[in-house]
Design a protein around this ligand. Structure first.
Ligand code: SF4
Length: 213
């Protein structure tokens, strides 16, 4: 199988329980809940996406014919981090990364010494071997991946109240204010909800706050 990667870069994870951790971000092209084209947004299952995941033309992007080739490129990206004292860490994101991640890729990336995280919309079951599964449920879709390390709910979404998810098997439950023109009001609403429901914690997109990718 070949893999289509929109972009790949080294940064700090900006969200959730791994915030601040040095990471290779590998953004796969394509999503099953939106084509990525503006003319399709109104009729898509997921309508608030702020990510460009079309094509393979981003920084570090490309088409990789084998799992080993993609894993080697991820490892080369990590060497941009001078100090190797921390465990190598790759975040597979998208788009929807589970459209492309398979056993061969997991094995090849592990062979390069990486811990693997995935950020998924939860509509596809995660294969075994992923160390950190972050699920961010979206409307008009069926949640298949119902366990993992963290559940990150973009808030508010009228069709997806937090109560729908709090009994699922995740270690961390995050509310992340929806970005966009109502970001301040959404943040206030998320803070208020977390204060009333301490099972949920506030997740901020800290990379945006400090201006890193
Ligand atoms: S599921 Fe994620 S990647 Fe896909 S359209 Fe929604 S926010 Fe974007």
């Amino acid at each position: 199988m070949s893999y289509a990667v929109k972009e790949m870069f080294v940064t700090l994870q900006g969200e959730g329980a791994q915030t601040g951790r040095a990471s290779v971000f590998c953004r796969f092209a394509g999503c099953n809940l939106w084509s990525g084209r503006e003319q399709d947004r109104a009729t898509a299952a997921c309508t608030f996406c702020d990510t460009d995941f079309i094509g393979t033309n981003g920084e570090g992007g490309g088409r990789f014919d084998t799992a080993e080739a993609l894993a080697a490129t991820i490892a080369a990206c990590w060497t941009g981090i001078a100090d190797e004292s921390g465990r190598r860490y790759v975040v597979f994101t998208g788009g929807e990364p589970l459209l492309q991640i398979d056993d061969a890729l997991i094995a090849a990336v592990k062979a390069q010494g990486f811990e693997i995280a995935v950020e998924t919309n939860g509509t596809i079951a995660a294969p075994a071997g992923i160390d950190w599964v972050c699920v961010s449920p979206k409307p008009s879709s069926t949640l298949v991946q119902t366990d993992g390390a963290e559940l990150k709910l973009i808030y508010p979404q009228p069709d997806l109240p937090p109560e729908l998810f709090e009994k699922l098997s995740f270690r961390h439950f995050w509310l992340q204010p929806m970005d966009g023109p109502d970001r301040i009001a959404n943040t206030q609403a998320a803070v208020a909800y977390c204060l009333r429901h301490p099972r949920w914690r506030l997740s901020l997109q800290t990379h945006k706050l400090i201006g890193i990718p």
